[in-house]
Structures are given as structure tokens and as C-alpha cells.
Write a protein that binds this ligand. Structure first.
Ligand code: IPE
Ligand code: MG
Length: 231
């Protein structure tokens, strides 16, 4: 969800104004997924690198997260949304971390939409924490190190319970992944758009989905194989 700061600057307003406007786009994206039957939505809200931003911006974002949790969780729960925060939650203030855990516990049985919010998340961190868990399993004698392959590692990664990511959207014009899901996007279709996140509305989401619908997903096979359903 990139482009909040630039959206605000264009209006001669502080960056926090852009983050505030970005919340509306988040709401809209969630409602869009619910309406369209999209089963999982993962939002990159705060990266492990975002702590390096000016202190007042980090504080404003934390305040925004806390308020959004207070305001939105009950309604999301009512809509059957399962909320998961993915990332290193221990780094957050106790009040915020406990609200995040509360939202996850409260909505754990919901099945309509898996809403994953990546906070203090990094794709490399995710792979490293999975490797650490796997190493502990080896140490405990539960797994034979000689038999490790990608299927042994993947259950320890964030979002392992969900299908692989089909579609990856980055707003704000940059054409990079910036340490978001790395392992999970191995075969994702990627959509880069110059639209700034606060402007990412229903029409923009529809446009992105139309782009996705036009892609041929071959997963390493040939076009002919995909056409005939062979292999
Ligand atoms: C939102 O956009 C991303 C967050 C970390 C919340 P930015 O804050 O990166 O906006 P730009 O890139 O400065 O426009
Ligand atoms: Mg940015």
C-alpha cells in the first residue's frame, strides 16, 4: 500500500494526512474482497524497515493502527473476516500488541475472508524465522536434516495455512517487491500501478483484476499444455 505520503504532499498536507486517507482505501479493499468472494487479502501495513522513518511519523502510524483496531474489529468480525497479524509483534507497544492478539483470537473461527495484515514484517525475516523453527525441530530429532526440502520448510512460514498468493498489487508507481512476501509470491502475478494508495478505489481494483484475468498462468509449463489441460 504505497503512496500515502505523496498523496498528502500533492495536497500540501503532512504525511500523516495521507496515512489517514489510506485507511479508507483499506476499508474499500476489504469490502471489495468480501463482495467479490476473494478469499484472502494480505496488506503490507508496516515493514520491518519502516521503523527508520521519522519518530513522529512512526508514532502517528501506531496511533492510527490502535484507533483502527478499536473501531473496526467488531464490524469485520460481524462480516466473517478472520484477522491475522503477520510479523514480529513483540516489537510493538504492549497495548497495541495485545489488541492485535485480541483481534486474532476473536475472529479466529471466521471463514469468509482471511485478512492478513503484515506489520513489522519482512519477507527475509519470515524465511529466517521459518528456518529457525525447522532447525529446532531437527535438534529435537523430529526431522531428519538430510530430508529437508521446500515442503519441509514451507509449513513454518507465515500464511502457510493459506493457498499460495495468486496476485500481488503494488500501488504508488515503484516496481519492486520491497521485502514483502518473498517465498509466497514465487508464482504470483504482479500488478504495478502508479495509482497512489489512497486513490486505489473500486475502479482501480476492478482494473487490476481485469489485468490478472488476462494473464496466462503456466507455472513453468508450455502454453499448449495449459490450453489442453495436459500434464
Ligand atoms: C504508505 O505509503 C506505506 C506505509 C508505510 C504506511 P508511504 O508512506 O510509503 O507513501 P510515499 O511512498 O511516501 O508516497
Ligand atoms: Mg513509500
Amino acid at each position: 500500500m504505497d503512496g500515502n505520503g505523496r498523496w498528502a504532499r500533492k495536497r500540501l498536507r503532512p504525511r500523516s494526512f495521507g496515512h489517514h486517507a489510506g485507511q479508507k482505501a483499506v476499508r474499500n479493499a476489504i469490502e471489495f474482497c468480501l463482495r467479490r468472494g476473494i478469499a484472502a487479502l494480505t496488506l503490507f501495513a508496516f515493514s520491518s524497515e519502516n521503523w527508520q522513518r521519522p519518530q513522529d511519523e512512526v508514532s502517528a502510524l501506531m496511533e492510527l493502527f490502535l484507533k483502527a483496531l478499536e473501531r473496526e474489529v467488531d464490524e469485520l468480525h460481524g462480516h466473517g473476516v478472520r484477522i491475522r497479524f503477520v510479523g514480529e509483534l513483540a516489537a510493538f507497544a504492549p497495548a497495541l500488541a495485545s489488541r492485535m492478539r485480541g483481534a486474532m483470537d476473536k475472529t479466529a473461527a471466521n471463514t469468509k475472508l482471511a485478512l492478513n495484515i503484515a506489520v513489522n514484517y519482512g519477507g527475509r525475516w519470515d524465511i529466517a524465522q521459518a528456518a529457525a523453527q525447522l532447525a529446532r525441530a531437527v535438534q529435537a530429532g523430529e526431522i531428519d536434516a538430510a530430508r529437508i526440502d521446500e515442503h519441509t520448510l514451507s509449513p513454518y512460514l507465515c500464511l502457510a495455512e493459506l493457498p499460495p498468493v495468486d496476485f500481488f498489487i503494488r500501488t504508488g508507481g515503484e516496481q519492486r517487491v520491497s521485502n514483502f512476501l518473498l517465498w509466497q509470491i514465487a508464482y504470483a502475478e504482479i500488478h504495478f500501478t502508479a495509482t497512489l494508495w489512497p486513490d486505489f478505489d473500486t475502479a482501480a481494483f476492478e482494473h487490476a483484476l481485469a489485468d490478472y484475468a488476462g494473464r496466462e498462468r503456466r507455472f513453468g509449463k508450455t502454453s499448449a499444455q495449459i490450453a489442453t489441460g495436459a500434464g
